[in-house]
Design a protein around this ligand. Structure first.
Ligand code: PAN
Ligand code: ZN
Length: 196
């Protein structure tokens, strides 16, 4: 017997390739500068950016997630990280570990310039630059954060098991061991003093 068509079409979508929006996300999230207190390394620069920009949106996420929460059920979503810096630190997502370390994830870059910062539990981090067409595989035990190093929105598509779970607490406390900072010569990694 064929599966219920409505059931399937709920979880299918159209990605607008000009605006990079999903037709029918099940969840949408906008993250502003003020909700990233504690994430950027320079608190004074963050407060200044909040007041200078009227609390700009740093990134937005649209996902299509089935109701059923299990490690073998896939979900997907689009993240748009806008261009900007707090002090010299590039705009980025919060970043997280998956609560279930058997749950991997795949990111595909759709537009803009940026990359994925990853880190082990014991603080070894590395950054993979991504441009449209580049895909990065994330092991289930690696923290991951998107970073925009360019002048336009950096957009990615990601697929992950819906039961992966997001553990934000570790990153909220100490951040990643490396910061992605930008200057005239481009973006590079700098050690995060909170990991010293
Ligand atoms: C992504 C992320 C998304 C936003 O869908 O949730 O890029 O980043 P934060 O969740 O760190 O705010 C993902 O990694 N899902 O597992
Ligand atoms: Zn994830």
């Amino acid at each position: 017997m064929l599966p219920d068509r409505d059931m399937l079409s709920d979880l299918s979508t159209h990605l607008d390739l000009d605006r990079f929006t999903l037709r029918n996300p099940t969840r949408r999230r906008e993250v502003t500068l003020s909700s990233l207190r504690g994430y950027f390394s320079a608190p004074a620069a963050l407060e200044k950016a909040i007041s200078d920009t009227g609390d700009a949106v740093v990134y937005e996420v649209e996902v299509v997630e089935p109701k059923e929460q299990a490690p073998n059920i896939l979900a997907y979503g689009v993240t748009r990280v806008f261009p900007g810096r707090v002090g010299n630190e590039c705009y980025m997502t919060k970043g997280h570990f998956h609560a279930d370390p058997t749950c991997t994830e795949i990111y595909l870059a759709l537009a803009g310039r940026g990359g994925l910062l990853q880190m082990t539990r014991d603080g070894r981090s590395f950054f993979q630059e991504m441009r449209a067409g580049d895909a990065v595989y994330v092991r289930g035990d690696m923290a991951h954060r998107l970073v925009n190093t360019g002048d336009d929105a950096f957009v990615t598509w990601a697929v992950y098991p819906v039961g992966a779970g997001h553990d934000y607490s570790t990153i909220a406390e100490r951040g990643f061991s490396s910061l992605v900072v930008g200057d005239e010569s481009g973006a590079h990694l700098a050690p995060n003093p909170r990991w010293a």
